[in-house]
Write a protein that binds this ligand. Sequence first.
Ligand code: NAD
Length: 296
Amino acid sequence: MVAQVIDGKAFAARVRAQVADQVARLKEENGIIPGLAVVLVGEDPASQVYVRSKGKQTVEVGMNSYEHKLDADTSEEDLLTLIDKLNKDPAVHGILVQLPLPKHLNEDLVINSIDPAKDVDGFHISNVGLLGTGQKSMVPCTPLGCLMMLRDYHGSLSGMNAVVIGRSNIVGKPMAQLLLGDSCTVTIAHSRTKDLPDVVRRADIVVAAVGRLEMVPGDWIKEGATVIDVGINRIERDGKNKLVGDVDYASAVERAGAITPVPGGVGPMTIACLLANTLTACCRANGLPEPEGLTA
Ligand code: NAD
């Protein structure tokens, strides 16, 4: 069996077009323009690239983008003051503080100071609790993108055996909650899981979110399973810099029913879902119906 490749780049373009369409309608019918504020502290090169990309795509879908670049030695007090200002600003519907923060800043404290209704990353403790109890929340972008692709491919996920490899707060745990919400039977595997190959072989859906180069070989994959590869590993191969996933694509593509490539799978969906979350936050803030198909 050769897997169908789930094209995250094309899917993300469709999501962005859907967002742009609804943003245009909001502007025309209600005179509202969704706004996303991104806060970057310091000069981490990868974070700078992400922030630039987020700002560009925000503007491309017709939203307002507000970038706040702060020095690496910014005090916690100054950062919290800025977040408080953004929380109170009616033109800002989404706030994202780019992680990681410099070591002297308490990430949990900073994230939990964002108004949960504007927490478009879905990392605020209130949103974590709402998601965990099956209530309306802001959902973390990467798992939301994975869920959208799975729903699009399968329709219903009900009753499927899903294994999520990785238990981080930003990917593994919310991914497991979302799959549970869609009535999968969910196993969360991690670094201490015994006989991981056997656990993975029983899964109809495998989500790999570890950050270990090609650690899931094709022979762990059940014939016909759907494989979502969240991992991003930067390597040099054949004299070139490459991005490679947590799944050994060459062998997995021979066994899976469907698979996301790296790059071009989960990655592009993450920013598309950030835009979708900003639109959702804007609709909720204005008491308008939520955009269809763009939330969990
Ligand atoms: P993390 O380091 O916070 O968590 C990794 C998890 O993997 C941990 O829970 C750990 O228990 C588990 N793990 C480690 N070794 C393992 C092993 N040998 N077997 C099984 N599990 C093991 O990482 P994260 O932030 O969740 O990110 C995971 C990967 O996803 C990284 O490569 C990251 O770059 C990528 N990522 C991609 C996107 C995207 O937009 N595509 C977004 C976020 C993260």
